[in-house]
Design a protein around this ligand. Structure first.
Ligand code: SF4
Ligand code: SF4
Length: 479
């Protein structure tokens, strides 16, 4: 790989530090179990959610053609963009709160990049073997076995990526129709493009780019540091307890790492036996003992590996653990108090306040959302018509949007100066979840003696629910 370099003031600077392909060692422990649970949970939700039905249609569907978002019984229209914006703000604030309290928990456990990389690595380990076998296979010359294993791995990756692409597009086009159209090759150009694009994106990002996305592409890893403070709890190495590091004895070290008992013995004062297992299991290839680093995704695998080592050598676990800066500086602070401090920090309290405010706002918007929206358009081609009897008429088009998923009847009335009334039909049936443009004629009799521009209001009422009424202002023009 080409590494861009420059020379400034005689110094040799590398813009990009080369790293080989990372094959992390597998480990077990509570963080790993939690990660697995999150992978299962998120993927059951993602792959299964597209197949859920509600009232005879897909439960989650962003119908781009109809410009509607179906969420079980709730149907959001483009007019609900403000509500969607509030929901996005709530999600972002919740993410900021989690980051302020527990560091990059989202990155390590819920980010799609992490989740799909975990799935692809799991497949790789099933096909090619453990991290040593994978490293050996990568370095081995081309052979029938190598080609067979690589083909099996890439075949499985491509199948997962293709299904991911289909599922993703299945949230925008009903997935059953999408699958049906895949067979006969009737896929529309946009659907075909997005299935291919999202499938290829998953294959490349999770199979090849992996931790490089976290290290070099993800903007969130760069700015989330501003949400940290001394009480933010992240996966940390307890240097006070671990240093000075060093090997404790060949037998203990061998028992801890499964390594070679003939290693040199160097008794050291700290608990860290320098076995490097925490580095070997790290998916981003860093050494947590170097302190907080932006490359750390807070996955906790190093803590799992180190807990195992500590247990084997008879020390208490937690040399690497979730801890804040203030907790590490004051070892007497119990974890429960440190957790409470993290939640009580001014930054976390600000995010909690934001979360409460926006949740209340979102809930009230949802509760007060009327299932009827009306747009009034004046007929621009003829502002007014005068009849031979002296009556004056204005023509309008009312767009009645029935947001409920069942047909309803609406009655249109006009409010304004005496003598102004609807001429002709005033009751209209609108199908569920649809928009009906209706022509309305408003008339004023000569006897009313009106002239110039008069303010009027259209009042549209649901026939089956008189309390549901919408009023829209407009104007009535006379000579
Ligand atoms: S796993 Fe624990 S004991 Fe081993 S090197 Fe890392 S911190 Fe030290
Ligand atoms: S140092 Fe590596 S293994 Fe440890 S939490 Fe960070 S990313 Fe995970």
């Amino acid at each position: 790989m080409h590494t861009p370099t420059t020379r400034a003031s005689g110094a040799h600077i590398e813009f990009y530090q080369k790293t080989g392909k990372i094959h992390p060692r597998t480990t077990a422990g509570r963080y790993n179990s939690l990660r697995r649970a999150m992978v299962w949970f998120s993927q059951l939700l993602f792959y299964g959610g597209a197949w859920l039905s509600w009232d005879g249609r897909q439960a989650f569907l962003f119908d781009i053609a109809e410009r509607k978002f179906y969420l079980f019984g709730l149907v959001l229209w483009p007019q609900d963009a403000l509500l969607a914006a509030v929901l996005l703000i709530i999600a972002a604030t919740a993410l900021f709160l989690v980051t302020a309290v527990a560091g990059r928990l989202f990155c390590g456990f819920a980010c799609p990049q992490t989740v799909y990389t975990s799935i692809f690595r799991w497949v790789e380990a099933r096909v090619e073997g453990d991290h040593i076998a994978r490293l050996r296979l990568d370095e081995a010359p081309v052979s029938a076995r190598k080609l067979r294993l690589k083909a099996a791995k890439h075949g499985a990756w491509l199948a997962i990526a293709a299904w991911t692409g289909i599922t993703f597009v299945g949230y925008f086009t009903p997935i059953r129709e999408l699958l049906w159209n895949l067979g006969p090759g009737d896929l529309g150009p946009w659907e075909g493009f997005w299935v291919f694009f999202y499938g290829a994106f998953t294959y490349l990002q999770a199979g090849f780019a992996r931790e490089m996305v976290c290290l070099h592409m993800c903007p969130y890893s760069r700015f989330q540091g501003v949400m940290f403070d001394a009480d933010t709890r992240t996966i940390s190495y307890d240097a006070r307890r671990g240093e000075p590091r060093g090997r404790r004895g060949a037998a203990k070290l061998a028992a801890a790492t499964g390594g070679d008992a003939a290693n040199p013995i160097a008794r050291a004062g700290g608990d860290c036996v320098d076995c490097t297992l925490c580095v070997q299991v790290c998916p981003t290839g860093i050494d947590i003992r170097d302190g907080l680093q932006y490359q750390c995704i807070n996955c906790g695998l190093c803590a799992d590996a180190c807990d195992d080592v500590m247990t084997r050598i008879g020390s208490s676990p937690g040399l690497i653990r979730m801890a804040s800066e203030s907790e590490l500086a004051a070892p007497a602070l119990p974890p429960a108090s440190a957790r409470a401090r993290a939640w009580r920090s001014p930054r976390a309290l600000t995010y909690v306040a934001g979360l409460v405010v926006f949740s209340v706002l979102g809930a009230s918007m949802l509760v007060n959302r009327t299932p009827l929206i009306v747009d009034v358009l004046r007929d621009r081609s003829a502002l007014l018509r005068e009849g031979t009897d002296g009556n004056v008429e204005n023509a309008y088009t009312l767009k009645l949007m029935n947001l409920l998923e069942r047909p309803r009847e609406f009655r249109v009335a006009v409010e304004g100066p005496a003598g102004v009334h609807i001429a002709g039909r005033d009751t209209f049936a609108v199908d569920g979840g649809s928009v009906l443009p209706v022509p309305i004629t408003v008339a004023s009799s000569a006897a009313a003696g009106l002239n110039g521009r008069q303010e009027i209001r259209f009042r549209i009422t649901a026939v089956d629910e008189p309390a549901l009424a919408v009023t829209e202002a407009s104007s009535f023009l006379l000579p």
